[in-house]
Design a protein around this ligand. Structure first.
Ligand SMILES: [Zn+2]
Length: 107
């Protein structure tokens, strides 16, 4: 689902997975984009494109060198570092995201 504001999509992401960071289970969390908002503005407000991560892991996803990782590398990192408890749900969310991307490219 798309929202008019990124804030709403981020709020939804923050309550997914019980509001815990996918990588370490800590809270509070940020709403972190899977496909970066800067390079993929059309996915900025998609719920499926946002995951909850603590601030430290959000920085790591974005690359602590200050660069933004390529989407395929971000997805690999998410799949590797997500704790077992949330892994199936994250795989399902990423599948949903791919379906949204396919539809957007067709339309
Ligand atoms: Zn974390």
């Amino acid at each position: 689902m798309t929202h008019n504001t990124t804030t709403t999509a981020k709020k939804i992401a923050k309550i997914r997975y019980s509001g815990k960071c996918l990588f370490c289970g800590q809270s509070p969390v940020d709403g972190a984009h899977i496909y970066p908002a800067g390079s993929h503005p059309h996915l900025k407000r998609e719920d499926a494109n946002i995951i909850p991560l603590c601030r430290q892991h959000h920085y790591i996803l974005d690359d602590d060198s200050g660069l933004i990782r390529a989407p395929e590398n971000r997805i690999k990192l998410i799949l590797v570092f997500t704790v077992n408890e949330y892994r199936a749900a994250v795989q399902s969310q990423i599948s949903e995201l791919y379906n949204i991307i396919l539809k957007k490219e067709i339309l």
